[in-house]
Design a protein around this ligand. Structure first.
Ligand code: PBG
Length: 332
């Protein structure tokens, strides 16, 4: 549809910007707490809320403190929490067995959230990196990140998370064939209602730096993730990945990182019409916080503007570390 505009002065496009009420009337997109998924970091121990230095305002919580976050989300109208575990270096192994342990940190956190706030949807991260001695999302054999054996391990991890009560499985590993394998394992295990939000278009991005600090994977990671995560130069490839994942049974798809990839969000939404999410990742969060702390930008306004940009680009929702602060603002 081509917009038609009358010649000046019949058309004065500023007319619809003249007051707050008129601007509210013609506003095309809205942002609400219901659009947000809050990523939270969990760690071992008791009674701990430990700041993540590269992500001011973000903490790692012990499992006994995760219920507080769940109740906070419920009170603020945030519908979902996504759990990321910080695993001690000494517990990382090459076989990554911790990943499918029914009592691992993230599975205990799932149960704690379900106890504290049963209506909050719990999302997980499926990838081996928190448990892997070399920091990769898959098994490494002779320097190669091997696909099929990794998928088998990710399937075990998925079923363990579903058994613990996860509502939404979030595969962030970028292996091939994982969505179909996870879907059929979930069906077989009686988890027909457990959803998959696939990190379909996940780019090999330097914007993940602060996250790798937060989960203790920075030191562990050897090399880069370029053989499985996407080349930032590509867009058509993202369409193929999203189509593939939807065909394998993904219920929802994600683009990651967020703000630098809004063109991908728009293309995905327009092409497939599926529930589409973006992840405003750690580096995006850290940049806004750092500029705010320097007094260079108004942090709150930039936060809200950046979140609205995702809605404008066609996203149904956003994973953001700003979730609780943004929800508080939106709730007045
Ligand atoms: C790991 C994973 C990463 C993020 C989410 N899951 C990092 C990576 O792929 O190295 C990044 C999140 C963020 O930066 O906020 N599979």
């Amino acid at each position: 549809m081509k917009p038609t505009v009358a010649p000046f002065p019949a058309a004065r496009l500023r007319r619809i910007r003249q007051s707050a009420s008129v601007r509210a009337l013609v506003r095309e997109n809205t942002l609400s707490p219901a659009d947000l998924i809050w990523p939270v970091f969990v760690r071992d121990g008791t009674d701990i809320e430990e700041p993540v230095p590269s992500m001011p305002g973000v903490v790692r919580r012990s499992v006994d403190r995760i219920g507080d976050a769940a109740r906070e989300a419920a009170a603020l109208g945030i519908p979902a929490i996504c759990i990321f575990p910080y695993i001690d270096q000494s517990l990382k192994t090459a076989d990554c067995a911790g990943a499918w342990d029914p009592d691992n940190l993230s599975n205990r956190a799932i149960r704690a959230i379900k106890d504290a706030a049963p209506d909050i949807a719990v999302m997980t991260d499926v990838a081996l990196d928190p448990y892997n001695i070399n920091g990769h999302d898959g098994f490494v054999v002779d320097g190669e990140i091997i696909n099929d054996a990794t998928v088998d391990a990710l399937v075990k991890m998925t079923v363990a998370q579903a058994n613990a009560g996860a509502d939404i499985i979030g595969p962030s590993d970028m292996m091939d064939g994982r969505i179909g394998a996870m879907r059929s394992a979930l069906e077989k295990a009686g988890h027909q209602n457990v959803m998959i939000l696939s990190y379909s278009a996940k780019y090999a991005s330097a914007f993940y730096g602060p996250f790798r600090d937060a989960v203790g994977a920075s030191g562990a990671l050897s090399g880069d993730k370029n053989t499985y995560q996407m080349d930032p130069a590509n867009s058509d490839e993202a369409m193929r990945l999203v189509e593939r994942d939807l065909n394998e049974g993904a219920d929802m798809v994600m683009i990651k990182p967020g703000l630098p990839y809004l063109d991908i969000c728009r293309r995905v939404k327009d092409t497939f019409g599926a529930p589409t999410f973006a992840y405003q990742v750690s580096g995006e969060y850290a940049m806004i916080r750092a500029a705010e702390q320097n007094g260079w930008i108004d942090g709150q306004k930039v936060m809200m503007e950046s979140l609205m940009a995702f809605k404008r680009a066609g996203c149904d929702g956003v994973l953001s570390y700003f979730a609780p602060e943004a929800a508080r603002l939106l709730n007045g």
